[in-house]
Design a protein around this ligand. Structure first.
Ligand code: ACO
Length: 323
């Protein structure tokens, strides 16, 4: 019987930073509105020609360096993305080739902002089933490419970036104790399509399309559904809110994050925030936040970490990780 242990992590952001003030020159908005309603101050935007796979590769290399693993040791690459380089093949196969992997498998997972949690669940099940030993799980997006830059209600909210983790299979008996991914919990409700979607795609319009969102509707669902799935994750492991050392939430809106923090009675310094600098990077947001807090040593060995996200679908989920 195997468990997934976190052995590597890394984030990668495009160099170009776009501030709220810069956006206010393009659309009818203000720095004050964006900061008050969302907590966002700036976002990173990929250059022309800088692809999702490039960002994913940057994050993957860092995660592999931290773990001390080489390309020939990786069995599986999973990329969670809504903004693949091309309609096909999977962006993960481009990362696989760029890493110099000549074996193993690579595929993409699509669950928009919840994509990383979904990809983590898939990876964990491959590891538990004994089908993979070392798995790269990457969330990577160039969300700027599917934004309607004339729609102030959406274009101010998102950014580009990538985050990666490396999971390795460890026998549950013996030295690992209770460390590793304890459980993942996934949900979706396709009836909520119209709340958040892209108005294009190969089968419907043969175009790429733009993000459309009914913000307040998604906000209300986010608060209730994230609260419920965190509760579910704690209960499944016989834990309660006081056991949580860190909340590493999807970075969509600081007010949603604050409401989770209050619901579970967490102090502000127990929540990993990067929304002010990254905005919402969709599938990249959770691994980017996790990588930052692992890198700077805030999250320590033995800490219990709650990961959560919600996005288009609606699709949402949570994971509990004992680092
Ligand atoms: N600048 C200035 N004013 C704006 C802007 C802007 N950028 N955008 C909207 N407004 C205006 C609106 O037009 C509205 O004006 P009105 O009152 O005259 O009609 C007013 O601000 C209030 O708009 P609301 O939509 O009610 O603002 P709200 O407080 O709900 O904040 C927001 C909007 C930030 C989008 C919020 O609803 C939210 O964060 N929703 C959830 C987003 C989310 O979590 N998405 C999931 C992940 S994304 C994914 O999966 C791809």
């Amino acid at each position: 019987i195997y468990r997934s242990r976190l052995v590597g992590w890394g984030g990668f952001l495009p160099a170009r930073v776009v501030t709220n003030a810069e956006l206010a020159q393009r659309v009818d908005t203000t720095d004050e509105w964006i900061v008050q309603r969302t907590g966002i101050r700036q976002r990173h935007i990929a250059e022309e020609g800088q692809l999702t796979s490039d960002l994913a590769l940057g994050a993957a290399r860092k995660a592999m360096a931290v773990a001390g693993k080489t390309a020939d040791e990786i069995d599986l690459v999973i990329v969670a993305t809504t903004t693949p380089d091309e309609t096909f093949p999977a962006t993960a196969t481009k990362v696989q080739a760029a890493l110099g992997m000549t074996r193993g498998a690579a595929f993409d997972v699509q669950a928009v902002c919840a994509g990383f949690i979904y990809a983590l669940a898939v990876a964990d099940n491959f590891i538990k089933a004994g089908q993979a030993r070392n798995v790269l799980v990457i969330g990577a997006e160039t969300f700027s490419r599917i934004l309607d830059w004339e729609d102030r209600s959406t274009c101010v909210l998102f950014g580009d970036g990538a985050g990666a983790v490396l999971l390795t299979a460890e026998q549950t008996e013996g030295k690992s104790g209770d460390r590793g991914l304890l459980s993942t919990h996934l949900h979706s409700d396709g009836r909520e399509h119209d709340a958040l979607y892209v108005d294009g795609g190969p089968s419907s319009t043969r175009t790429v399309g733009h993000v459309r969102m009914v913000g307040q509707h998604v906000y209300k669902h986010a608060v209730t559904k994230l609260g419920a799935v965190i509760e579910e994750a704690l209960e499944a492991n016989g834990l309660n809110a006081s056991d949580i050392d860190w909340l590493v939430p999807h970075q969509a809106n600081k007010r949603i994050i604050d409401s989770m923090r209050q619901r579970f009675g967490l102090d502000e310094d127990k929540v990993v925030l990067c929304i002010d600098r990254h905005a919402n990077t969709s599938a990249a947001s959770v691994p980017l936040a996790l990588a930052e807090a692992m890198e700077d040593g805030r999250i320590k060995q033995g800490d219990l970490v709650v990961l959560e996200a919600i996005g288009g679908g609606l699709a949402w989920g949570a994971g509990l990780l004992r680092v």
